[in-house]
Write a protein that binds this ligand. Structure first.
Ligand SMILES: Nc1ncnc2c1ncn2[C@@H]1O[C@H](COP(=O)(O)OP(=O)(O)OP(=O)(O)O)[C@@H](O)[C@H]1O
Ligand SMILES: [Mg+2]
Length: 115
């Protein structure tokens, strides 16, 4: 993704490898949520589901990018956020459980239990 722009991000370039579990870290206010949620997720959603216009219309922040490469290799994009209210609650819980289950072998591989 090149030229990500919204809030405090002024033309940020990032390379996120496909087929990996990637974490974005940084101090509070550095723009992680803006980058991942408001720019990357929205841009993928726009390309994969065409939801962009509606979201923007509803006043959701939608960041700009100059270019986004590699999105054609992705079949779906799902946002799992920290919101734990209303109808999304049960679904979010199941998604979290699924992610934890999928990540277990990765953790075991990286940090084997000490005997
Ligand atoms: N809706 C918004 N309108 C205007 N500015 C915003 C909005 N959301 C975030 N910002 C600003 O953009 C910058 C980055 O915020 P962001 O929430 O992306 O940071 P973060 O790295 O996710 O922080 P945290 O670790 O606290 O979640 C901050 O200066 C914040 O005040
Ligand atoms: Mg955040």
């Amino acid at each position: 993704m090149k030229g990500a722009r919204l809030h405090n991000l002024q033309g940020v370039d990032v390379r996120i490898p496909l087929g990996t579990l990637t974490a974005v870290t940084g101090v509070s206010g550095s723009g992680k949520s803006t980058l991942v949620h408001d720019v990357l997720f929205r841009q993928l959603e726009s390309r994969l589901t065409g939801a962009h216009g509606a979201k923007q219309h509803l006043g959701e922040p939608v960041g700009e990018v100059r270019t986004l490469d590699g999105w054609e290799a992705i079949s779906d994009v799902v946002l799992v956020d920290q919101a734990r209210s209303g109808a999304r609650r049960a679904r979010t819980h199941h998604v979290h459980q699924g992610i934890r289950r999928a990540a277990r072998p990765l953790r075991a591989e990286r940090w084997p239990a000490r005997g």
